[in-house]
Design a protein around this ligand. Structure first.
Ligand code: RBZ
Ligand code: NIO
Length: 336
């Protein structure tokens, strides 16, 4: 039985007790990688990725057969201030689209053989406007963390968490500014494509939120500014950690949720790689703060887990090479 939690402090305690990757598997995978039929290092970053994956799976010759994608949806109080190019109703409408199989993430999930699950979180009860009070507060934050925690399939062997929530690039910018400083301008971007007037509103909203809550960090930032979908992503990320399921991070919103974990407990995201760098202006800065090098940079600015889903293909390729290639001895190929 997976442990559970009733408070943010209990969740933080679970985070602090999480264990790391398997050293024996790491050494075994590293040794195997050195014997494969290729010049040393010729598979570049794929080699490190596969070894890292094997270490977290506890397997020197790992398999990747059950990737899971969970898309969380939530509505934001600040959306009423005009921070998005789209109305809040789009969140629920897109949930319908996910369920019908019509969204980008559905196509990517099918392409890479991932099982996809959609979790809509109280869409008719938006979070509070974070310029006025805490967006979530402890009880709602814990409930959303738990929804994310419970959505992860313990039998999955790779996890992608995606999101849908009109207004959530504003919440993500507020979180990043709270965690890392630099002010609203450093972190606010165009999201779904707001015009200059919308961008000015976003900056004002984030600045007002920072003034209201101060520079809170860790889970307190999630509680102050976060959407339910963002807290649920964070809960799923930590569940993956305790189940030994490697995680691929998506774009700006996903990384803002992740950054709340990393600033709560350093090393909380050691089981995660950055799937891509999105076109949202500050995502590169956020990845640098997290110390993560993105696998892909394709100009995506969608969310839903789309960039991370594409990186499942990279992980599959990396693991297939480590585990499926012949060694020099097996293939009778002369070493250099
Ligand atoms: C049709 C549609 C599909 C989407 N899928 C993801 N997002 C993305 O856009 C939203 C964030 O941008 P903002 O902060 O500007 O509202 C999130 O819901 C995100 O997942 C979408 C947005 C729209 C309109
Ligand atoms: O970086 C992202 O994931 C992103 C950017 C813009 C809009 N939605 C998501």
């Amino acid at each position: 039985m997976a442990p559970t939690f009733e408070t943010l402090e209990a969740f933080a305690e679970l985070m602090r007790t999480a264990t790391g990757p398997d050293k024996v598997a790491y050494d075994g995978a590293t040794e195997r990688n050195g014997q494969l039929t290729k010049p040393p290092g010729a598979l570049g970053r794929l080699e490190d990725l596969a070894i890292w994956y094997g270490a977290w799976r506890g397997m020197a010759r790992p398999v990747l057969v059950a990737p899971q994608i969970v898309v969380f949806a939530g509505n934001h109080g600040v959306a009423a201030r005009g921070v998005s190019a789209f109305p809040s109703e789009v969140t629920a409408q897109m949930v319908g689209n996910f369920q019908a199989g019509g969204a980008a993430i559905n196509q990517l999930a099918r392409t890479f053989g991932a099982r996809m699950r959609v979790e809509a979180l109280e869409l008719d009860r938006p979070t509070a406007d974070f310029t006025e009070s805490e967006a979530l507060g402890e009880a709602d934050c814990v409930a959303a963390l738990r929804a994310g925690w419970d959505a992860v399939d313990p039998a999955a062997d790779l996890l992608v968490v995606g999101e849908m929530g009109i207004g959530n690039t504003t919440a993500a910018a507020a979180i990043a500014a709270s965690l890392y400083g630099g002010g609203a301008e450093a972190w606010v971007g165009r999201g779904t494509g707001v015009d200059d007037a919308g961008l000015a509103i976003k900056r004002d909203v984030v600045a007002a939120g920072l003034k209201r809550h101060g520079s809170v960090r860790g889970l307190s930032a999630l509680s102050a500014f976060g959407g339910r979908e963002m807290a649920a992503m964070a809960g799923a990320m930590m569940r993956a950690r305790i189940e030994g399921i490697p995680l691929i991070l998506d774009g700006f919103i996903c990384c803002a949720a992740a950054a709340c974990l990393e600033t709560e407990v350093a090393g909380a995201l050691d089981h995660a790689v950055a799937g891509h760098q999105s076109a949202e202006g500050a995502h590169g800065t956020l990845l640098a703060e997290l110390g993560k090098e993105p696998l892909l940079q394709l100009g995506l600015r969608l969310g839903e887990g789309s960039g991370a889903a594409l990186a499942i293909g990279v992980m599959q390729g990396a693991v297939a090479c480590l585990s499926g290639m012949a060694t020099f001895a097996e293939a009778g190929v002369a070493t250099g």
